[in-house]
Write a protein that binds this ligand. Sequence first.
Ligand code: MAV
Length: 351
Amino acid sequence: MTFRMRNLGKSFMIMMLSASVFFVSTAVFAEGQKDTTAGSGEKKTVKITAASMFDENHPFTQSYYKFEELVNEYQDEVTIEVKYALNKSLGIETDYFRFMSQGESVDLAILAPANIAQRVPSIAIVDMPLLFKDVEHRNRVLDSDLFQSIGDDVVKKANIRMIGYAGGASRSIISNYPISNMDELQGFKLRVQGAPIWAKVFDAVGAQPSVIAYDEVYSAIQTGVIQGLENEVVSYDQMRFFEVAPHYTSNEHSLTVRPLFMSEKTFKKFSPTVQAAILKAGKEAGAYGSQLELDQSTVVREKLIAEGLASFHEFSDADKEEFVKRATPALLEYVEEAGFTDLYAGIQKIK
Ligand code: MAV
């Protein structure tokens, strides 16, 4: 089921903002490029826009800040100045994907792979549930070249380029009633992300998944359309989901990979030297954001407990095993159907 509320006021604001940002960035780029190639000898400023659903403290936003700092350290041809569109001022990740893909309004954004899987189905494997054994395994897989062909596919089909990986935190179950074991999970109505693998897995473990846009989840819980979702603890806090779903069950069914993307149109406007600096800065900024998200997760969890805003529950090892047992056939079926048998085996082989 897809639940999408119409919000004309908000869409209109986004349209107007997008239009004006588009003209500003186009003008700046055109000018920046013209002046640089004119060989005036002067270092030019190129303005790009980074979009985030969150505020300045969120690890995604912090990754953008780090990127801006590093990219200017690693090359001296241009000054890249990043404008930050935070707190959903340009919509949600599905909007950023559309904008970057069209080469308009947003140049830089961290996106959940599930948000672009409709256009590039292969990317869903990068972050599918239960893929990684632990954070170290995740990091080693990302350091290998296993996802290179997926990155190429994304450039070709979606006109955006992966320049680094943020994320790395675990996703767990969030609900408006306590869930401490597999029995309590049965029939749980939860929101899942758009890539089909997510609904498949939650169906297999006995819950009732529906695909709902991220910015509509809060009101969907409030109005009883669903009873919760699955998410990382830092985003749980930033989105204030605890107000409508104060139970967080740390079953850790996934470790996230959140690629940092740049619009290919934007990337291509830079010289090879600047592009190399973008790739280096992107990689390091992503890794920085991942570590930060891990660190923040502990602090945020403690804060939510101390302030009495959420109750945290644990799955026993037996319940975790049961979750894995029920989910695995659905995962393997997906891997086979999607033609990822070799890639999946390659990921599992990495120690
Ligand atoms: C979290 O806020 C992030 O992982 C973000 O990248 C996702 O889009 C979001 O959850 C979500 O579940 O849609």
